[in-house]
Design a protein around this ligand. Structure first.
Ligand code: 0A1
Ligand code: ZN
Length: 881
C-alpha cells in the first residue's frame, strides 16, 4: 500500500542511486494465485552515490518469503520491511549478491501493474513503477542491469513463455506437467522495460533482415483464433523497422522481436525490450471489425513502440521527470513515419486537431504542467498530452529551427554519445547545440514553461514604400505555479501570398531572406519589414503549424477565404476554414445564449464549397475541411462562462446550414467517391471514405439529400467497419426512429467480439439527447459491461464524459455525479483508470456558473472521500487548486 498523499517528488532533489544493479537473474514459477519470484541481484556500491549507504529497495503489495546475502539467509535485524520498501541497514560496501523470494497473486491484481492475468494469460506492466510489484528492487530508470529470466509454468495453461531478449533454453520438467523457458537480454535496461508473458496464444510469424544483414524473427501473439487479424500489425512492424533504418539510421539489435496482444491493458501499448505488450485494440484488425482510424492507430502505435527501441530503450531516461525525452521524441518519430506512409498534410491536420483538443485544453486548465514537470506526486498521471504531444511539437520545432541536416546531425550525435545511458533533456539539447553550433538555452524554456504561447500578429502593407510590416507580440499565459513567464523561441513559418495566389519573395529590409521562410521570434515584440512588396499580400502565418501556439491576427474573413483557396501550404488552407468556422461558432454561440438571430455563414460555406468542388484536392483533405471544430474546441476558444447547450446549438445550426446549402455537391461527392472495389485500409481509400461519411453526416444533419436514407443504405450494404460504424452513428444521431433497430442489428452481428462491442457501447453513450445518461447507467448493468476491462470502461463511460458535452454537462449536474460515482467505484480496483476518467472534469472552470458549481461539488465529494488512491487524490487536488 502506498501513501494517498505522498510528498511531492522534485526534479531538483535528484540524486544518483547509492547502489547499482549489474545483473538480475529471475526464476519465476507461474501460478494463478501463488506465483513465486526468486530474484538474484548482482549489486555494487555506486561510486557516484553516498558512501556507506544502506540498500533501499522499493516494493508494493509484496509478500517476502526469504532474503539472503551472498548465499547466507539474513537475520531479521539486518533488514527492515515496510509496505513500500525493503532496507538492508548496514550492507558490506562491496559487490554482493542479494537473493530475494517473493510471492504474488496475479489473479488478484486488478490494478494491471506488475504481474497480472488478462483472459487467463500471464502478462506484466512495469512502467512506470510496476516492477516493484514483482520483486524488491531499486525501481528507478537510472539503474540499468542485464536480465536473465527463467519462466516456469504448467504446459497446459501456458504453452507459450516469452521474455525480454533472446530465448537461450527451454524444456520440460521431467515427471511433472510443467515446462520452462530461459530468456537472456544482453542490453542493460531499467526495470520498467522488463516483461514476461505466459499463456495459450496463437502466433503469427515473419522475419526481417536488417540493413546490415541480421536476421530477425518476428512474432505477434494473440488470443486463440485471432491470428488472421494480426496481419496488418505485422506489415506495419516491418515497415517501421525499415523506416527507422532509413530515416534515423536505427537498426534492430536482437534476434527476436515479439509483440503480445492482451485484452486488459491500462494504456495503448508498452515498449518492453524485445517483447512489446499491446492493448489488443492496437493490434487486431480486419475490414469487418476495424475502422480506418483503427488501422491508422495500429500503424502509428506499432511504430511508436518499435521506435522506442532506440529512443527509450537503448537511450533511456535518467528519472521520470525526463519522460518527454523518450515520449515526445518517439511521438515525433511515429508522426513522421505515418506522414511518410500516408498523406503528410492530412497527417499534420489530424495531429494538430488532436494537439488542440487534448493538449491545448490541458494547458489551459488546472492540470497544466511543463513538458518536463518539475514536481509530481504520482508519475502515472504524467503520461499526458503535454508530455507526449507537446513534447513531440518541441522536437518538431527543433527540426524547423535547425533544418533537416542539422537535426539529423544532432540525432546522430545523441545516439552516439548516449547509447546505453539514462539521459536528460539537457543531454539531448546539448547534442543539437554541439552538432550545429546553436545556443539552445532559451529554446529549453519549451520544456520548463507550461501554457500555450500566444502570438498576436498585425500585418500592414505600405503601397507607397512597397513594403509589408508584420508586428508580432508574444505572451505566455500564467499557469499553475508559474505566474510569470519569459519569452520563448518561436519559429514563425510564413509566406506572403500575392493576389494571384503565388508566394511573393520574402526579403527583409536588410536584404536577407529568412531561411526556409521561418522567422525566429524570441523577444516579447518584433517588427519584421519585408521590402519589394508591390501588391497587397495576404500573410499565411504559422504554416504547417510549425509552432504549437495560439494565433490572433488582423486577417479579415475575406483574407481567410482567399487563403482557403490559394495558400500553397495545405495546412493553412485547412486552418483558414477552421478559423472562419470558429469565428462564426463563437459569435453564433453568443447569439444563441442571448436569443439573437444567428449570423449568416456565407463566406464559410463558400470556402467549404470551393474545396468540395476542387478536383485537384485529396478527398481526405476535403473531408478535414468539411469537419467543423468540435464542441470542446469551441468551448476552449470561448474560454469562460461556457454553456454547452448553446455551443451544441450553434454547431448544429452551422452543420445544418452547410448540409442545406451544399446539399447537391455533398450528395454528388457521396456518390462519386463510392469504393471502386473491395475494402482496403490504405490512406487513399480511407480518405475517400472519410469524405463520403462526412458528406453523409452533414446531409443527415440538414435532413437534405436523402441523408438518412443513404445512411441506412450504407449501413445495410457495408462491407467494412468504417462505413458501418459511421452510418450507424449518423442514424443514431439523426434518425431516432431507426435507432433501436440498427443498434440491435449491430449487437447481434458483433456480440462475441469485444473490440466491436466497445464501439457499440461508445456510440450509445455519445448520443446528444437527454435520455442518454439513463441509457449509459442502464448499460453499466449489461451482461457485457465490466469495470475490470479498461477498454470497456473507456468505451462507455470515458466516451460519455469526453465525447458527449451536452449530456455529461447536464445542467442538473447528474453527469458529474455519475462520473464521480464511477471514479470512486473504480478507485479501489484500478486507480490509474479511475484517475484518467476523472481528467474529464479538468475544464470545469470554463463552465457557466450553474454547471461550474455542480462540477465543483462533484470534485469536492471525491476529495472528501477517505482512502483515495494517490492517483485520484493527485488529480482531484490539482483540479481544485
Ligand atoms: N511507454 C508507453 C506508455 C505506457 C505507460 C504506462 C503504462 O502503464 C500502464 C503503459 C504504457 C508508451 O509510450 O507507449
Ligand atoms: Zn511511448
Amino acid at each position: 500500500m502506498r501513501d494517498a498523499d505522498p510528498k511531492p517528488i522534485r526534479l531538483v532533489d535528484y540524486r544518483p542511486p547509492d547502489w547499482l544493479v549489474d545483473t538480475v537473474d529471475l526464476d519465476i514459477g507461474l501460478h494463478p494465485t501463488a506465483t513465486v519470484i526468486r530474484a538474484r541481484l548482482g549489486m555494487r556500491p555506486n561510486p557516484a552515490g553516498r558512501e556507506g549507504a544502506p540498500i533501499v529497495l522499493d516494493g508494493d503489495e509484496l509478500v517476502l518469503k526469504s532474503l539472503a546475502l551472498d548465499g547466507e539467509t539474513l537475520a531479521g535485524n539486518a533488514y527492515s520491511v515496510t509496505p513500500s520498501s525493503l532496507t538492508l541497514l548496514a550492507p558490506p560496501q562491496r559487490a554482493l549478491t542479494l537473493e530475494i523470494e517473493t510471492l504474488l497473486d496475479p489473479s488478484a491484481n486488478t490494478k494491471l501493474m506488475g504481474l497480472y492475468r488478462s483472459s487467463g494469460t500471464y502478462c506484466t506492466q512495469c512502467e512506470a513503477e510496476g516492477f516493484r510489484r514483482i520483486t524488491y528492487f531499486p525501481d528507478r530508470p537510472d539503474v540499468l542491469a542485464v536480465y536473465t529470466t527463467r519462466i516456469e509454468a504448467e504446459r497446459e495453461e501456458a504453452p507459450v513463455l516469452l521474455g525480454n531478449g533472446n530465448k537461450v533454453e527451454e524444456g520440460e520438467l521431467p515427471g511433472t506437467t510443467r515446462h520452462f523457458a530461459v530468456w537472456h537480454d544482453p542490453w542493460p535496461k531499467p526495470c520498467y522495460l522488463f516483461a514476461l508473458v505466459g499463456g495459450r496464444l496463437d502466433r503469427v510469424g515473419d522475419r526481417f533482415v536488417t540493413a546490415t544483414g541480421r536476421d530477425v524473427e518476428l512474432g505477434i501473439y494473440v488470443e486463440p483464433g485471432k491470428a488472421a487479424r494480426a496481419g496488418y500489425a505485422m506489415d506495419a512492424l516491418k515497415r517501421s523497422m525499415r523506416w527507422d533504418e532509413e530515416a534515423f539510421g536505427c537498426e534492430y539489435d536482437l534476434d527476436v522481436f515479439n509483440i503480445v496482444a492482451v485484452a486488459d491493458f491500462n494504456m495503448g501499448a508498452m515498449e518492453n525490450k524485445g517483447l512489446n505488450i499491446f492493448n489488443d485494440k492496437y493490434v487486431l484488425a480486419s475490414p469487418e471489425t476495424a475502422t480506418d482510424n483503427d488501422y491508422a492507430s495500429i500503424e502509428g502505435i506499432i511504430a511508436h513502440e518499435y521506435f522506442h527501441n532506440w529512443t527509450g530503450n537503448r537511450i533511456t531516461c535518467r528519472d521520470w521527470f525526463q519522460l518527454c525525452l523518450k515520449e515526445g521524441l518517439t511521438v515525433f518519430r511515429d508522426q513522421e513515419f505515418s506522414a511518410d506512409q500516408r498523406s503528410r498534410p492530412v497527417k499534420r491536420i489530424i495531429d494538430v486537431r488532436l494537439l488542440k483538443a487534448y493538449q491545448f485544453t490541458e494547458d489551459a486548465g488546472p492540470l497544466a504542467h511543463p513538458v518536463r514537470p518539475a514536481t509530481y506526486r504520482e508519475i502515472n498521471n504524467f503520461y499526458t498530452a503535454t508530455v507526449y504531444e507537446k513534447g513531440a511539437e518541441v522536437v518538431r520545432m527543433l527540426k524547423t529551427l535547425l533544418g533537416s541536416e542539422g537535426f539529423r546531425n544532432g540525432m546522430d550525435l545523441y545516439f552516439e554519445r548516449h547509447d546505453g545511458q539514462a539521459a536528460t533533456i539537457e543531454d539531448f539539447l546539448a547534442c543539437f547545440a554541439d552538432a550545429t553550433g546553436t545556443d539552445l538555452a532559451q529554446f529549453a524554456l519549451w520544456y520548463a514553461q507550461s501554457g500555450t504561447p500566444q502570438l498576436a500578429i498585425t500585418g500592414e502593407w505600405n503601397p507607397a514604400e512597397r513594403s509589408y510590416r508584420l508586428d508580432v507580440e508574444q505572451s505566455v499565459p500564467p499557469t499553475p505555479g508559474q505566474p510569470d513567464k519569459q519569452p520563448m523561441v518561436i519559429p514563425l513559418a510564413l509566406g506572403l501570398v500575392g493576389p494571384s495566389g503565388e508566394d511573393l519573395p520574402l526579403t527583409l529590409a536588410d536584404g536577407t531572406s529568412p531561411a526556409g521562410g521561418v522567422l525566429t521570434v524570441d523577444a516579447p515584440r518584433h517588427s519584421f519589414v519585408f521590402r519589394d512588396v508591390a501588391e497587397r499580400p495576404v500573410p499565411s502565418l504559422n504554416r504547417g503549424f510549425a509552432a504549437p501556439v495560439r494565433l490572433a491576427s488582423n486577417l479579415s474573413s475575406d483574407d481567410l477565404v482567399f487563403l482557403a483557396r490559394h495558400d500553397r501550404d495545405p495546412f493553412n488552407r485547412f486552418e483558414a476554414v477552421q478559423t472562419l468556422a470558429l469565428g462564426y461558432l463563437i459569435e453564433a454561440t453568443q447569439a444563441v445564449r442571448s436569443g439573437r438571430n444567428l449570423p449568416e455563414p456565407a463566406a464559410l460555406i463558400a470556402a467549404m464549397g470551393a474545396s468540395l468542388a476542387d478536383p485537384a484536392l485529396d478527398p481526405a483533405f476535403v473531408g478535414q475541411v468539411l469537419t467543423v471544430p468540435s464542441e470542446s474546441d469551441i468551448a476552449r476558444e470561448i474560454g469562460r462562462d461556457v454553456d454547452p447547450d448553446a455551443v451544441y446549438a450553434a454547431r448544429a445550426t452551422l452543420r445544418r446550414a452547410v448540409g442545406t446549402a451544399l446539399a447537391e455537391p455533398l450528395a454528388g461527392a457521396f456518390e462519386r467517391f463510392a469504393a471502386p472495389g473491395p475494402y482496403s485500409p490504405d490512406a487513399a481509400s480511407a480518405g475517400r471514405r472519410t469524405l463520403r461519411n462526412t458528406c453523409l453526416s452533414l446531409l443527415a444533419e440538414a435532413g437534405a439529400g436523402e441523408g438518412v436514407a443513404r445512411a441506412l443504405g450504407l449501413y445495410r450494404a457495408a462491407d467494412n467497419m468504417t462505413d458501418r460504424l459511421q452510418s450507424l452513428m449518423t442514424l443514431c444521431h439523426h434518425a431516432p426512429g431507426q435507432r433501436a433497430e440498427v443498434l440491435a442489428d449491430f449487437y447481434e452481428r458483433f456480440r462475441d467480439d469485444p473490440l466491436v462491442l466497445d464501439k457499440w457501447f461508445g456510440i450509445q453513450s455519445q448520443i446528444p439527447e437527454p435520455g442518454t445518461l439513463d441509457r449509459v447507467r442502464e448499460l453499466t448493468g449489461h451482461p457485457a459491461f465490466s469495470l475490470r476491462n479498461p477498454n470497456r470502461v473507456r468505451a462507455l463511460i470515458g466516451s460519455f464524459a469526453t465525447g458527449n458535452p451536452t449530456q455529461f454537462n447536464r445542467a442538473d449536474g447528474a453527469g458529474y455525479d455519475f462520473l464521480a460515482d464511477t471514479v470512486l467505484g473504480l478507485d479501489g480496483s484500478n486507480p490509474q483508470l479511475a484517475a484518467r476518467l476523472l481528467g474529464a472534469l479538468k475544464s470545469w472552470r470554463v463552465l457557466e456558473e450553474g454547471r461550474r458549481g455542480k462540477a465543483e461539488a462533484a470534485l469536492r465529494r471525491i476529495a472528501g472521500t477517505a482512502g483515495l488512491s494517490p492517483d485520484v487524490s493527485d488529480i482531484v487536488t490539482r483540479s481544485l487548486a
